[in-house]
Design a protein around this ligand. Structure first.
Ligand code: FE2
Length: 559
């Protein structure tokens, strides 16, 4: 059974292909269109489908649209009509427009695929799609599942239970009880965009969470039962920014200085998020029990909270997919339809994040030639790249299939030396142009991870940079470029079987320096992560990257 999954309802538009329960391909639309997050979350565009990601999935598998048995969209208009109240919007007419556009999804999908879809098109509840994206690939037997995001149809957090091919909802926390919206509102108040939760997360380490804890307790109350958001204190239904200004002072303007109160606000938000999510997980423990936990939803990108879940709750193994945010619901929707219609048992464990496009040498050489550059060939890309990194260069590492999810995991990465205190400033000045308070992450060989970081119980999700792990005593000084203000690092554990070439590179770096770690940040400059050789060459030429390796072909800035 061939199922195309689509996420397009809000943002992070994406497509995925599942064949007989196997996840074959998945990709975010932003990588093709070069528009970050695919599109804005607006009431008038849930029918704008990720056309290029859809075609990539089909082409990758050599399928024609007529071969598809099902198309699964990760949002359910029927459920929305049943559970969402139009008065939750500042203007109830927004909901009319939103539903009208949702009703156009079938026509748009038919047009893109060039065939009538009719009953082939299935709508999957949004949080069920999130849950499926985490539970089915986890390979766990019976497991508890937690979904936390901005909003699905009406649910903002959902507790579920997975068992074989079944996923059952236990409890939902509906609008206005949204942790995701709290982060969006805080990001905007702090002078960033609504998508910049990762900046707020970075800033939190510099603040004192106590300063605004009383103010936060008027917005969100955490208890044994979970948490509750006060809509008036929050500024709902109109997302009234005044509500935040009354509590935390004037909104920071874009580019204005970051003051201690901004850091304290971020720290208090992180603290209350930790408390709320831990309360939800404890509730899951009481209601569902079990030893394994799956987590998804945009809030599952919060590495600090994830690390706390691992440390402070009774779950021995936690699985979070590489794309826990909305992009991952394309995978979840497809797997969910497979399990409800066809499967006799749970789909096979599948934890690879390398699900996107890949390019052969002929395509790489053609792109180099088109750019008017002279390619060089290496017999040992891993060794040469490792040597350049150890010599203080910034190396772009473009290999194999692109990652699915927001983090570069060694196939579309920029790599640098973690030992040098000035690496962060160098990267920001020459390529990334990010705020200096934001940390860079380390990629560490699996064999040595425990010697450097408090990784805790092993989880496949440690391969996705989803946990902020404390650094071991005496190690911090040796890798200053990848340690955050609070002494943690957003570690990617690199397993040889999962990514042999990247593992080889770090092994060579270790052999030369005695440090089994490289700094790894996404290969981009203020735009979506590069996808094709042409994107890679464009970014290489327009920034201060010293060398670009694509397969066994490389370019240096000196040629
Ligand atoms: Fe979501």
């Amino acid at each position: 059974m061939k199922i195309l999954g689509i996420n397009a309802v809000y943002h992070e538009s994406s497509a995925a292909l599942v064949i007989d329960g196997n996840l074959v391909a998945a990709c975010e639309e932003e990588r093709f269109t070069r528009i970050k997050h695919g599109k804005e979350a607006r009431v008038d565009n849930p029918h704008q489908l990720p056309e290029q990601a859809i075609h990539f999935c089909l082409d990758y598998a050599g399928l024609r649209p007529g071969d598809l048995d099902r198309v699964a969209y990760s949002f359910d208009p029927q459920l929305r009509r049943a559970e969402f109240r139009p008065e939750w919007w500042p203007d109830p007419r927004w909901e009319v427009e939103f539903l009208r556009r949702l009703d156009q999804v079938a026509d748009v999908a038919s047009k893109i695929l060039g065939r009538k879809l009719g009953r082939v098109l299935k709508f999957v509840p949004h949080h069920l799609a999130h849950a499926a994206s985490a539970y089915y690939p986890s390979g766990f037997g019976p497991a508890a599942i937690l979904v936390v995001d901005g909003i699905g149809e009406a649910a903002c957090s959902t507790l579920l239970r997975g068992d074989g091919k079944q996923i059952q909802t236990i409890e939902t926390f509906s609008f206005p009880h949204s942790l995701g919206f709290l982060w969006e509102q805080a990001s905007v108040h702090l002078g960033f965009s609504a998508y910049d939760a990762s900046k707020v997360m970075g800033l939190a380490a510099y603040g004192d969470p106590e300063v605004f804890s009383r103010e936060f307790s008027t917005i969100i109350r955490v208890s044994e039962d979970g948490y509750a958001v006060d809509p008036v204190a929050f500024g709902f239904p109109s997302f009234e920014p005044k509500a935040f200004e009354n509590l935390f002072g004037p909104k920071r303007e874009l580019g204005a200085e970051i003051l201690p109160r901004h850091m304290h606000l971020a720290a208090a938000l992180q603290a209350v998020t930790n408390a709320a999510v831990i309360a939800l997980v404890r509730r899951l423990e009481r209601k569902v029990g079990l030893k394994h936990l799956c987590v998804a939803g945009g809030v599952a990108l919060n590495c600090v909270t994830n690390d706390l879940i691992q440390r402070e709750t009774g779950y021995t193994d936690i699985f979070i997919p590489s794309a826990p945010h909305d992009a991952g619901t394309a995978v979840g929707a497809a797997l969910s339809v497979h399990c409800s219609e066809r499967a006799t048992s749970q789909p096979p464990r599948d934890t690879t994040p390398y699900l996107g496009p890949q390019f052969g040498e002929r395509e790489i050489l053609a792109a180099v030639k088109a750019a008017g550059l002279t390619p060089k060939r290496t017999k040992d890309a891993a060794r040469d790249a490792a040597d350049m990194i150890a010599d203080g260069n910034i190396v772009a590492w473009f290999q194999g299939r692109m990652e699915f999810g927001p983090r570069a995991l060694g196939n579309r990465s920029l790599l640098a030396d973690p030992r040098r205190p000035d690496t962060r400033a160098l990267l920001n000045r020459r390529v990334k142009h990010r705020e200096d308070f934001r940390p860079f992450a380390p990629s560490v060989l699996e064999e040595h991870a425990d010697e450097w970081f408090e990784v805790g119980a092993p989880s496949a999700s440690h391969e996705y940079m989803l946990f902020a792990c404390p650094t071991k005593a005496g190690r911090r000084e040796r890798i200053p470029a990848v340690i955050h203000e609070d002494g943690t690092a957003r570690v990617q554990v690199v397993r040889k079987k999962a990514n042999p070439r990247f593992h080889d590179l770090i092994s060579r770096f270790n052999a030369r320096t005695g440090v089994p770690i490289v700094l790894n940040t996404s290969f981009n400059d203020s735009e979506p992560i590069v996808c094709t050789p042409a994107h890679a060459i464009h970014t290489f030429r327009n920034t201060g990257i010293d060398a670009l390796f694509m397969g066994d072909i490389y370019l240096t800035s000196l040629t």
